[in-house]
Design a protein around this ligand. Sequence first.
Ligand code: ACO
Length: 431
Amino acid sequence: MQKTALIRIDDKELSLPVMVGTEGEKAVDARKLRADTGYIFYDQGYGNTGSCESAITYLDGDNGILRHRGYPIEQLAAHSEYVETAYLVIYGELPTAEQRHAFGQLLRQHAPVETQMLKLVEAFPQDAPPMVMLGALVGSLAAFYPELATNNFEKDLKQFDLAAAIAISKIRTLGALIYRHKQGLPFTHPKDISFCDNFLHLMFSEPYQDYVAIPEVAQALNLILLMHADHEQNCSTSTTRMVGSSGANLFTSLSAAIGALSGPLHGGANVAVMQMLQSIHDEHDDGSRFIEAAKGGSKSNRLMGFGHAVYRNFDPRAKVIGQACQVVLNKLGKSDPLLDIAQHLEQAALKDDYFVSRKLYPNVDFYSGIILRALGIPTNMFTVMFAIGRSPGWIANWREVASNAKGRIYRPRQIYVGPVQRDYVPMAKRG
Ligand code: ACO
């Protein structure tokens, strides 16, 4: 028998259907609530609202579980690599050797950007914020590939494969070009090498000398990108879906997602973590003062890299990256005082009643910055790295929306709390 939830309001009784996901997540299907009762559910920030059904990522924040297409993140971290996980996230299955090869080829073919686009990069002021540049450049892909600037790939799915590969490959290349522009360095051109090696080459090769990636460095980069590949209905992914739901094309939707990711409470947190660790270091504090200030409840003083909108347990990605951090530094023969501070902060916060009682644990950003720094990537590029990693998740979510023939435009409602109706006052009578 179909389970239902009963709502009784204003002498009306309404039976709402209950939905259950494949992992047992439960929801009350409230789509008819307003039409039948005149009421909406109020859920500021949508923290308790399911905006879609999705078959991409399962996240159980209470138990610290994250799975892409059913595969636990820990297994993907141990056995997969970024490009394979990107394929899995977008297409739903791990690729066969042939599929993996074809996908890799497509990414390599589309690594270079057009000459006109190089000019666009150059046109930005050198001190432009990298995420502002990335959002604008990714949006402009819709102009460079007008035939792919559509939300309807149903007649020719190969066109979707192309659009997805262009997006992933060029976001990576553009990220590196943005870095070089900001550093005042001449542009490098992609080579026919693996995804991560190519990124490191684009970033760090000199006109007179190719950068030769240490395997451990490329592996660490691979891990960081893989860890960010998707994360359910976070702010930027929901943005992708929302923009895509209007019929907007993939590149425009990705550009909006990049804007959403740029905020300090989302993708910008990895930058904020490094700034926090650096300021603790500069002030010769061991972090104790910072922890005390963070307990004041002010948003501007939060312990960055701690807490999560859905995890009320360890972020499983933070566990993997935290362990990798020490390994990478050891392999590179580097030590980092900021890692010592981060470890001290983590230990202190995990014993502190304020953080324990609020279930605030380290999130993915707490340690990722230390690895990125060890790889030679400057702090102002950290959120760009996040965007490169997250692009498969955005693309997969956009595709779910675009290919859903029964989908409707995302259009939340509100409770209006402004002035009630009043008459227009001519300027002479105001004041
Ligand atoms: N430091 C200190 N206190 C915190 C922190 C923190 N990092 N995070 C939450 N709190 C406090 C809140 O002030 C609140 O306290 P109260 O109950 O006394 O009012 C309580 O913990 C609950 O927090 P919420 O605000 O409900 O948490 P919310 O789910 O809204 O926010 C968020 C989640 C934005 C991630 C928050 O924890 C935060 O600002 N963290 C720091 C920024 C950060 O690391 N962001 C990265 C997130 S991961 C990602 O986007 C990849």
